[in-house]
Design a protein around this ligand. Sequence first.
Ligand SMILES: Nc1ncnc2c1ncn2[C@@H]1O[C@H](COP(=O)(O)OP(=O)(O)O)[C@@H](O)[C@H]1O
Ligand SMILES: [Mg+2]
Length: 385
Amino acid sequence: MPEKRLMDGVIDDLRPVFSRRMIFVAWVPCLLITVLHYRTLSEYAWAHDILRRLYYLPILFAAFSGGVRGGISVSVFASLIYFPHAFLSLVARDPGDALEKGLEIVLYNIVAVVAGLLVDRERREREKQERLARELSRSLEEQRRIESQLIRAGRLGALGELTAGIAHEIKNPLHAMKGTAEILRDAIAPDAPEHRMLEIHMEEIDRLAQTAEGFLTFARPAPSDRRPLDLGEVIRRVASLVETQAHREGVKTVIRPYEGDESPTVMGDADQLTQLLLNVAINGVQAMAGRGGGTLSFSVFPERQGGKRYFRVVVRNDGPPIPRDQLERIFDPFYTTKDGGTGLGLSICSRIADQHDGVLSVRNLPEGRGVEFLLSLPAGEEKDA
Ligand SMILES: Nc1ncnc2c1ncn2[C@@H]1O[C@H](COP(=O)(O)OP(=O)(O)O)[C@@H](O)[C@H]1O
Ligand SMILES: [Mg+2]
């Protein structure tokens, strides 16, 4: 096993030296120059002078494309392959002055090192800048996520208060209406048309009551009972709950292995977090349904923001992207694009996230490759100390 790893390491080190680019700009030209050089008759001293110096081109190209490592590989190769032609009379011999030829060989290598070092420094600098830019854009994105969760929480909270009142007012009279309708229905002969009418009447009351119940769940999520809990277990539970429906729609569910050092423990209400992720998962399955299936994947990552530790659950599906202008609206209560959808799922999810001091957000994957919901939760308290 370690031997294999060593071999892999060596191959990885060699790969940039023998990249396609290196072969075209350095190795092949180097060989061509050598062939020409060896075949040039000694009388043509001027041609030898040119060819000898021509080696600088592939050496410089190699340094540009492969840094010190690329440059030195080619300069050493050029030195070795030119040496017999310069000093031994194997085939034809470069008629140049011995000192000059020796110096040229030394210069090949010096040029390679200097150019390579400059290129490497430049590259490191560029990588550093790119890394900084990436970090900056990541923290900006994070900032935006938190901000939108806060705004959403405020808006939903206010709406919740209002809705709870209305829902409550609706539920009581509905109860009375259902009771009286039942009495009336029983008083009417089962084959009379009025009997059927009252049945429809009661079905509609049930539907209204269900809607009111939905309002109430949104408005007053049950108080959470937060205990240390392993997010890995939550996603396993959610995955198994959604499995049947996913299977029916031809959707494959995948749990990606967790790669952090410690288990992803948060302070959370297991039922509520399950409800949240299940809602998101079901939306994911629904987004892929009727498109010949797809993959729904769950993963958990540790993350750090401003010295605080978080865990992030990512639920990803490869359905169609959500139009940009609707990315925030999908969290609004009653926003739905489905026939028979309630549009309450994500607004409840958002409230649960908020109750857990967490952030729920959504983003489209690049190139329309799918949609990803992210839930960040503060890491469990007992390990914070
Ligand atoms: N994974 C997803 N891919 C695409 N659109 C989604 C996804 N999840 C949610 N949506 C959009 O968000 C809307 C609101 O979702 P939700 O609040 O759960 O209500 P409902 O599922 O009843 O429509 C959906 O109707 C859909 O348009
Ligand atoms: Mg839904």
